[in-house]
Write a protein that binds this ligand. Structure first.
Ligand code: ADP
Ligand code: MG
Length: 338
């Protein structure tokens, strides 16, 4: 056996990239989440060749100060948490300080960013190394272009699905993030063609109309329910509007799109026998809760979280959905009597 030695920073970044950056859609997710954390009101995503040739995410957020740029691309460097206690009350989408370091480890990346709206810094990275940087005039915000993703990790390239599937995964994640942030205007372009444009005026129904179509959106019912721990808001389809896949259910926890089997089940339980087995509703459910009640530090992609009151939340969700559907029926039967 060879002697034990510490791995180089480059190599550890590539290993971390394997967990955080699985596919082009992961790059999009991480960059968009950074743009949201930076307080942006406008975010544009453009991609080419299913994201493998290029992904560009531009925002009008806080920007990165020129003297912090190198740090931003280092692993475990973040502006979002500082102490151990912060780890238990994560209020931002990011906190691990891994995304940028991981992305530059497996791509050619160019960043242009300005934190004062006067001067901008532009830097280029490849395979984890900074190649160049220069300053110029610039408007406030950040634009990150990621080219040739996985050019130095052929195994990862091989593992990817068809361009069509990878494209769908990008569209899906942007749609879901946009639904969780109707106060932000999102634009998504595939090779120059606009796939999604949201207004950013806080109107979830309008965003849903942009994504799933006007007829579906105008027919959806509003959910509103709260207890001392959780506030639920969102829109759900009537039982007669269903899909054959559960992909049309989006759960957002404090603005973070999450995957959670129990909460999904709780939604379906709210519909009960009103929908047939194997059919699924269209749902956007936003859950607001004290960050102390959720542990986001479970998985590198942060899509799985641990909830300390999952049972209580599940019950609230089921009640919220079933009472929304019941009150809709009551108001309809009220109409019949007119
Ligand atoms: P994390 O989001 O977990 O902090 P990242 O590697 O994604 O880690 O980003 C590192 C840091 O770079 C962030 O903490 C933030 O300070 C800065 N940053 C990244 N993207 C942006 C952006 N679009 N606008 C402003 N700052 C950014
Ligand atoms: Mg991040």
């Amino acid at each position: 056996m060879a002697k034990i030695h510490e791995l180089s920073e480059n190599l550890t970044n590539q290993i971390a990239a394997g967990e955080v950056i699985e596919r082009p859609a992961s790059v999009v997710k991480e960059l968009v989440e950074n743009a949201i954390d930076a307080g942006s009101s406008q975010i544009e995503v453009e991609f080419f060749d299913a994201g493998l040739k290029k992904i560009v995410v531009s925002d009008n957020g806080s920007g990165i100060a020129a003297d912090e740029l190198d740090l931003a691309f280092k692993r475990h460097a973040t502006s979002k948490i500082a102490t151990e206690r912060d780890l238990f009350k994560i209020a931002t989408l990011g906190f691990r300080g891994e995304a940028l370091a991981s992305i530059v480890a497996v791509s050619h990346t160019e960043v242009v960013t300005s934190s004062d709206g006067i001067s901008a810094v532009k830097a280029e990275f490849a395979g984890g190394q900074k190649l160049s940087s220069e300053t110029s005039a610039g408007t406030k915000g950040t634009k990150i272009s990621v080219s040739d993703l996985f050019y130095n990790t052929p195994a990862r390239l091989k593992y990817l699905k068809s361009p069509r599937t990878e494209t769908m995964k990008i569209v899906d994640i942007v749609n879901r993030i946009a639904l969780g942030h109707s106060d932000i205007s999102f634009t998504l372009k595939n090779e120059g063609k606009i796939l999604l444009k949201t207004v950013g005026n806080g109107n979830l129904r309008q965003d849903l109309a942009n994504i799933y179509g006007r007829f579906i959106a105008q027919d959806m019912l509003e959910v509103k329910q709260a207890d001392p721990d959780f506030t639920l808001t969102g829109l759900i389809s009537k039982p007669e509007t269903t899909r054959s896949s559960r992909n049309f259910i989006s759960i957002l926890l404090n603005g973070r799109y999450i995957k959670n089997f129990q909460l999904n089940k709780a939604i379906l339980a709210g519909y009960g026998s009103k929908i047939a087995t194997g059919r699924y509703p269209i749902v956007v459910l936003e859950i607001k809760l004290d960050p102390l009640l959720v542990d986001v530090n479970v998985h590198p992609t942060k899509e799985q979280v641990r909830l300390s009151k999952e049972k209580e939340l599940s019950r609230l969700i089921t009640t919220a959905i079933s009472s929304t559907l019941t009150s809709e029926q009551t108001s309809l039967s009220g109409l019949d009597n007119l």
